[in-house]
Ligand binder design. Structure first.
Ligand code: NAP
Length: 286
């Protein structure tokens, strides 16, 4: 039975977003699970019809879609107390050759989208003293080769979150950042599929500059992904941080989730730039 407290989550079709939707619904929240394909969400992600979860169409890159969501959320007798920005799209590849459409799309989904959603729902959050939880990444604090576009999008999300935290404080709206390390979600195979499609979009000469033997590079990327996924945290580790950010009387401004995130953030803090570059190049070899 929900008690009227309502949270909107973007990117709730899978991964961290869907796990967080379930965790919040179990705590009595009414959860609007923002997805791009509500039908698929009903038949797949939330096929067991968990009480308190209402899938809603929300493509964070579409102003019309955001506007439609504003008209539906929170619904009669409810109050919006939180917005969780979890939608993401990530592409791997060196910045010189990564197609610009990928770079733009990353900025749209990971930076401009969350900003547009936050702006659209701020009037409601102002009325309730609600909270914004932005899912950043360790990539928002440290930069690694081959995922420079993802890092740039997360750094932009970090900067806008920090500014919003100061700007919205006067209305009691907390803006919280969550920085996970590696988490076991469909994001990894999805990014790998996009990486595998690079030869369709990048000229062979350019591709050879970074990947002299393409098939070997793809194989290495798969091996690296398997290695990362073995060490990766379960998404509940992240959802616990999000629930704390939304329910604690004293939410933190930042939650680092996972030993890898903590070690890398500390290394970035204490190591000189060149030493960190060496560590980062080893950590992310692709
Ligand atoms: N997994 C990790 O290792 C990891 C590590 C650090 C940080 N994070 C962060 O955690 C958050 C959640 O990631 P995740 O691992 O749960 O990823 P995920 O499993 O890939 O889920 C991301 C969701 O975003 C949705 N999405 C994509 N484009 C969208 C758009 N334009 N509008 C609305 N939704 C859209 C996808 O929906 P469709 O199904 O419709 O494509 C997908 O359900 C992200 O911010 C990510 O950067 C993840």
């Amino acid at each position: 039975m929900t008690d009227g407290r309502t949270v909107l989550i973007t990117g709730a079709a899978g991964g961290i977003g869907s796990v967080t939707a379930r965790a919040l619904a179990a705590k009595g929240f009414h959860v609007f699970a923002g997805v791009r394909d509500p039908e698929r969400a009903v038949t797949e992600t939330f096929a067991d019809s968990p009480e308190g979860i209402e899938p809603i169409h929300l493509d964070v890159t579409s102003p019309d879609s955001v506007e439609e969501a504003v008209a539906k959320v929170p619904g009669p007798g409810r109050r919006l107390v939180g917005v969780v920005n979890a939608a993401t799209a990530e592409y791997h590849g060196p910045l010189e050759i990564l197609p610009m459409e990928f770079v733009r799309h990353e900025l749209e989904v990971n930076y401009l989208g969350p900003l547009a959603v936050t702006r659209a729902f701020t009037p409601q959050l102002r009325a309730t003293g609600g909270r914004v939880v932005n899912i950043s990444s360790i990539n928002g604090l440290c930069v690694f080769p081959s995922i420079g576009a993802s890092c740039a999008a997360k750094y932009a999300l970090e900067a806008s979150s920090n500014a919003l935290r100061m700007e919205l404080r006067r209305w009691g709206i907390h803006v919280v950042l969550v920085n996970p390390g590696a988490v076991r979600t469909p994001l990894w195979p999805r990014s790998l599929r996009a990486f595998e499609s690079l030869p369709d979009k990048v000229h062979a000469d350019q591709l050879r500059l970074y990947y002299p033997a393409w098939s070997r590079s793809v194989e290495r990327a798969r091996v690296d992904q398997d290695r990362m996924l073995k060490l990766a945290a379960h998404p509940t580790r992240v959802s616990e941080a999000i629930v704390h950010a939304l329910t604690s009387a004293r939410p933190r401004s930042r939650y680092l989730v996972g030993w890898d995130a903590r070690v890398l953030a500390m290394a970035r803090w204490i190591l000189p730039t060149r030493a960190f570059d060496t560590l980062a190049s080893y950590t992310f070899r692709e």
